[in-house]
Design a protein around this ligand. Sequence first.
Ligand SMILES: C[S@@+](CC[C@H](N)C(=O)[O-])C[C@H]1O[C@@H](n2cnc3c(N)ncnc32)[C@H](O)[C@@H]1O
Length: 411
Amino acid sequence: MSVVAFAKNGQTALSKGNTILDTAVDRLEKIEWDFVSAKTNYLTHNLHPYPAKFIPQIPNALIQELSSVGETIGDIFCGSGTTLLEALQLKRHAVGIDANPLAALITRAKTTPLSVAQFGVLDAHLSQCRRLAERINPDEGDFFYNGVPFVSSAWRPDPEMCEFWFLPHVVEELAELRALVNAIPDDAVRTLCAVTLSSIIVVVSKQDSDTRYVRREKSLAPGETLSKYIAQLISAIEAVRELTDLIEARFHCTVYDRNILDTPDTEPFDLVVTSPPYPNAYSYHLYHRTRLLWLGADPELFKRIEIGSHRKYSAKGPRRATEETFKSEFETIFQWLRTRLRDRRHACFVIGDSTLSGERIDNASLIAAAGASAGLREVGRFDRNLCATKKAFNPKIGKIKTERILILRKE
Ligand SMILES: C[S@@+](CC[C@H](N)C(=O)[O-])C[C@H]1O[C@@H](n2cnc3c(N)ncnc32)[C@H](O)[C@@H]1O
């Protein structure tokens, strides 16, 4: 899976002062960061879609050059856990933080190898789902939906939300599936199945897409929701089998479901690799709303604490967030990060520009300045071109076609 050759000799090399680390940054500068035709869906990377997730080749290259086997890699906005999965497969420990409850769930599912007994529990769950699917006969009316909504007694979120975003038979199938998932006795298996269920929610809802929270009619036959879940579950099991074969049990991943601005008390980091939210680009609480509601999570808390959300930057009046908001949030983050990051180690940020009230904002420079005020000095900055045809690309950030990889070092 390696992208660049692992070029250092571990901790001894790193402790020889700045020269070797400078060489590592020089080597990073020579990388072709666009990774145009790179394969990005290996292992569990494709378990669940996630807007603006970065391609695994970026953290992979940074981790290889700026850390050693056995060290701890942090991602302070871990999203779907791309950095953390790469850290584990490169034999590092991983620590992730994210305020989105769905992000923490996906990351756990993506980074947790399973035992033989747990694969047995998964197989039993898969068989249960298949039996459920076999009982649906659209011509005769299926056993839990006969044209009458709410025939199933299983829990579902708020009926008005369900009616607005989902076809009635889809609600019944989701409710039955959710009940089966909730009954799984093993935590790790239940998490994997909950993430698999979440992964199909937007496709079976009337939500236009992952980054468009608008309604459009879709046609879905009775039974289709179940068959989509079963297909996803089969590929999830396959992916977790690969993960289990590859990841050594001595390397572990810890995920904190927390607001970064609450300065969580984590273990120290030897390297941070992260892609922060861009101001005004995405609203994760909105894109993930239907998924979160089906998981029984509360999107409202996350809505209040989400950094960068389009909702906050487009609000009317004095509550509208500005460039200053983003800057001061990053000053707080760096005051905390300097207590977590070990001395002379790196924090890498992958970020593009934003547009605020028609003006282009250079987020990388903003972050570099906030870092400098906390004693993290810029040692590298590389541009990469974004692939506008990729699903995760947000049309809202429109003309912006490049992003930057910013490398800071704690002095
Ligand atoms: C660009 S995404 C990270 C994507 C990630 N690199 C991946 O590959 O999936 C930015 C993340 O910041 C998270 N975030 C926003 N506000 C936050 C906050 N206050 N505390 C912690 N995480 C937050 C969002 O939930 C989102 O997952």
